[in-house]
Ligand binder design. Structure first.
Ligand code: SF4
Length: 325
């Protein structure tokens, strides 16, 4: 069966002077129909650039070096802005971390949601407002008639994020990308929005890519999780497997850094060191070698081949042929 999304050997770089630095380095993955796939990693590991590439938004200094991104077999890379405007909102939608930067401050929130229907000609004009109000109710907003005429600055952060979710889902797109959708919210609202995601994913017919720096959050709503580090995918597995048996030392470190009841009173683990800046990364060996407590000589010289077992893929020399021959 054809996957909904197929990403193959994607490389995206930032140019500085006459040099290119790979921020997304040779990543490949698939997204199934109705699958919820998480991408997790520290800030700067390439998650958001991956997401932006999938939705055709590019930083002015970023450029796609190679690879392919296919949605139901149709190549998405190198589409014109005109073509993207037909795809965005209708086939692929995105929810951003800070809705205030994505919403138009001069247009009422109801009109902004309704505009998605209008732009893509998705319903008769006389029905569009009714569909919009229903969508607003579906994402847990109350007094929607009144709210329809409100402006983004009049709403709380949680309500604005619900408006973004309504906008993203109203056209029932094939794929929704949520880029750190709860990070800017306080803990209580964060929990409410996560509950909403969990509820909506049952009703929604498309697939979701959910991006976060928080492995526990990602694992709570995703079927499968990709762990990224320094522009590379380092591990892919089912959410359950990854939480119960992390293989890659970086995934293991992320898990140990999650506060848990068992750890109460103990100092939280911190992965030693920091993510190296783009210009100082090891682009030939394992990008995690400077911080890894299990590194070997080969780790500095060769990027590990994928080690596959069942649904798990790990890029680490600890699992290479020389150790499992
Ligand atoms: Fe550590 Fe080497 Fe595995 Fe990288 S490849 S995570 S440095 S053991």
């Amino acid at each position: 069966m054809m996957e909904l999304l197929e990403v193959n050997h994607l490389r995206v770089a930032f140019s500085e002077g006459n040099k290119d630095y790979c921020a997304v380095n040779d990543i490949s993955f698939t997204l199934g129909e109705k699958e919820v796939l998480g991408i997790v990693g520290e800030s700067g590991c390439g998650k958001s650039i991956t997401a932006q590439t999938l939705v055709g938004i590019q930083h002015p200094k970023a450029k796609i070096l190679s690879g392919s991104v296919k949605l139901r077999g149709k190549e998405l890379l190198h589409q014109t802005e005109d073509e993207w405007s037909k795809i965005r909102g209708k086939e692929i939608s995105m929810i951003f971390q800070e809705p205030m930067t994505a919403l138009n401050p001069l247009m009422s929130v109801g009109r902004q949601i309704q505009e998605v229907l209008w732009v893509h000609g998705l319903a008769k004009e006389k029905n569009q407002k009714e569909i919009t109000l229903k969508m607003m109710e579906d994402v847990g907003l109350r007094d929607v008639e009144e709210l329809y005429n409100s402006y983004p600055h009049e709403l709380s952060g949680g309500m604005r994020q619900r408006i973004m979710i309504a906008m993203a889902l109203i056209a029932n797109p094939k794929m929704l990308i949520a880029d750190e959708p709860t990070t800017a919210l306080d803990a209580t609202i964060q929990a409410q929005i996560l509950r909403l995601f969990n509820r909506m994913k049952e009703a929604y017919e498309g697939s979701v890519i959910f991006i976060s720096h928080d492995l526990e959050v990602v694992a709570s709503i995703c079927h499968r999780v990709i762990v990224m580090y320094a522009g590379r995918i380092v591990e892919i597995g089912s959410a359950d497997e990854l939480l119960s048996h992390p293989c890659h030392p970086y995934t293991f470190g992320l898990l140990r850094a999650i506060p848990s009841y068992k750890m109460r009173g103990k100092r939280l683990y911190n992965i030693p060191g920091t993510l190296p800046p783009l210009a100082e990364r090891n682009f030939t060996g394992c990008p995690f070698c400077d911080r890894c407590e299990k590194k070997m000589k080969i780790c500095f010289e060769v990027f590990p081949k994928p080690f596959e077992r069942g649904n798990r893929t790990v890029y680490c020399h600890l699992f290479g042929e020389e150790n499992h021959g």
